[in-house]
Design a protein around this ligand. Structure first.
Ligand SMILES: [Zn+2]
Length: 336
């Protein structure tokens, strides 16, 4: 359930035309990764990268930065000794593709990472956001084909395009996400501003039935299981928290609900790994003072946001660690 932000980067070719190419940013920060795919397995990426692209990113990072292990990162953080060159690698959302594809490259370069996992999927709960994402990329030739199908299920007249709200949204998206095609923008407008969550989910359910598949089938091989977590932990990676249900915005939940989300996640990891979790990345980067109070109580040692915003002194630095999305590194690579 994270379907508003971050808007996925859809078209890698378009990135290379993106004029906002910038020099490598100064650390310290974590590099944020989500989805990986096998070479010819996926015809359109939706922010997903393959093994080769991941390796290129790692080589670029090794050349320009010092990639710390999670343990080194924590030690330097606590000694207030993190340098501009210091970065770490992070994976969000407990995806099996991270283990099957990215881990091979990490092993090749003897690197360790933070893996931030939400626990509901370890208890057999199916997360719609991931299912819809997989459905879009697996059952349609490209994004436009998916979108054409999607439009057939909507009762809205195409008049929405003439309305001011749409025009404002369109302009904003073009400015902040120059890689998006018109269809990408229209889809996000309909999904996030025309339909409510239930209507959107209903349409997706109908489309899934038409393609003769199911949520259950789509959820196969999508997420890590407890065995993977134990293996990673044994091999020196750090498994961190990402709440229980992956709430869209933690900051909009009251103290009790947040406490429940975080404690259930904490207890799951503690039970499986026999150690207390020490780190978190906030789902969609969202947190507030309640979140910080709770993680302080849980004695966490660090917390990551999902962008490069600096909070200065308003919050403890160890709980507002910045992260750079991997797509920015691809920009650096393609911009050369
Ligand atoms: Zn997430």
């Amino acid at each position: 359930m994270q379907h508003l932000i971050p808007y996925e980067i859809v078209n890698l070719k378009a990135i290379s035309k993106d004029k906002t190419y910038r020099k490598p940013k100064n650390g310290p920060f974590g590099v944020m990764f989500h989805h990986f795919h096998l070479k010819n397995n996926q015809k359109f990426g939706q922010g997903s990268i393959n093994k080769n692209e991941f390796e290129k990113i790692i080589i670029f990072l090794k050349k320009n930065y010092e990639i710390l292990s999670p343990q080194e990162w924590l030690n330097k953080l606590e000694k207030k000794n993190l340098k501009k060159k210091d970065i770490c690698i992070t994976f969000d959302d407990a995806l099996l593709s991270q283990y099957n594809i990215a881990l091979k490259i990490l092993n090749k370069y003897r690197l360790k990472a933070f893996w931030f996992v939400y626990s509901s999927v370890f208890n057999g709960i199916i997360d719609d956001f991931e299912i819809h994402r997989k459905f879009r990329s697996k059952y349609f030739k490209n994004f436009n084909e998916f979108f054409k199908n999607f439009l057939r299920f909507i009762n809205t007249s195409p008049d929405y395009k003439k309305k001011n709200n749409f025009k404002i949204f369109y302009k904003k998206m073009k400015r902040y996400y120059p890689v998006y095609t018109d269809e990408d923008i229209e889809f996000r407008y309909l999904r996030d501003h025309v339909l409510n969550e239930e209507e959107y989910k209903n349409i997706m359910s109908k489309m899934i039935i038409v393609k003769k598949t199911s949520k259950k089938k789509l959820s196969k091989n999508l997420w890590l299981n407890n065995y993977h977590l134990k293996e990673l932990s044994k091999r020196g990676h750090i498994i961190g928290m990402h709440a229980y249900n992956h709430p869209y915005k933690l900051s909009e939940l009251d103290y009790e609900t947040q406490n429940n989300e975080l404690k259930r996640n904490f207890n799951h990891l503690k039970k499986i790994l026999k150690i207390n979790p020490v780190s978190i990345s906030y789902p969609n980067g969202s947190f507030n003072k309640y979140t910080l109070k709770i993680i302080e109580k849980l004695k966490l040692r660090c917390g990551f946001i999902s962008n490069m915003k600096s909070y200065n002194s308003s919050y403890k630095m160890k709980f507002t660690l910045r992260r750079l999305d991997h797509s920015n590194i691809l920009k650096n690579l393609l911009g050369k």
